[in-house]
Design a protein around this ligand. Structure first.
Ligand code: PRP
Length: 214
């Protein structure tokens, strides 16, 4: 096993905030870290090896133990239900999951169609609401679905609300708030407890100090 701690980082919108947080926690990530196209980046001085993954895949790498630790959105954790420990709420990348649709709903079908990147979360939500729906899984640009007639409503992440607004959609129900989390492989937590505890301790301090400023 590598002596470096392997950290699965989500490419995309969480990435920059996560990098900043690690720097604030005292891990020396060089400026070129963000610009690289490499998918595996070793930073000996930080004692870390980073793997850059699609956000939805981060829990998979951690569950299989090829990454000791990962940074994953709560949305991804809810959707994937992986066997990993969720040890810290980083309180970054705040957003929420919501149901949205066109302002004037024209739903005639018995089971309205719901387009989403989160089929498990959506199915669970509508089951709890006692509503029968048909889930259509998409991989992105979810807002397109009601506009083009593929679905009646969507379940998706809302951050600034700009995508909904610019596409003439409205939020119908809020499902839950989402932030990013530190997740850990259970075996790694036993074998690398020292470095993982140190990472969590340092990050917790940064998160707490930011909360105090708020
Ligand atoms: C996410 C999400 C929305 C959008 C919300 O998509 O699925 O489409 O961001 O952000 P906003 O409220 O600030 O407009 P993302 O940009 O990750 O790309 P995707 O459509 O490929 O999933």
């Amino acid at each position: 096993m590598s002596s470096l701690l392997t950290v699965a980082m989500p490419k995309g919108r969480i990435f920059q905030e996560a990098v900043e947080l690690l720097r604030q926690a005292g891990y020396p990530l060089p400026p070129e870290f963000e610009d690289s196209r490499k998918l595996i980046i070793e930073i000996e001085e930080a004692g870390m090896r980073f793997i850059l993954a699609k956000p939805m895949d981060v829990p998979t790498y951690v569950e299989h133990g090829v990454a000791d630790v990962g940074i994953a959105g709560k949305d991804v954790m809810l959707e994937e239900e992986r066997d990993v420990y969720e040890v810290l709420d980083l309180k970054i990348s705040d957003c929420y999951l919501a149901v949205a649709g066109l302002p004037e709903q024209k739903e005639h079908s018995v089971a309205p169609k719901i387009a989403t990147k989160y089929p498990n979360v959506a199915a669970h939500y509508f089951r709890e609401q006692g509503e029968q729906v048909e889930i259509i899984k998409l991989n992105g640009s979810i807002e397109l679905a009601p506009l083009i007639g593929l679905a009646d409503r969507i379940v998706d992440i809302v951050s600034t609300g700009r995508t909904l607004k610019e596409n003439g959609l409205v939020e119908l129900e809020k499902i839950r708030e989402i932030t990013s989390r530190i997740i850990v492989n259970p075996a790694s937590y036993r074998m690398k407890a020292g470095v993982i505890d140190e990472l969590v301790k340092r990050l917790s301090k940064v998160v707490e100090s930011k909360e105090e400023i708020k």
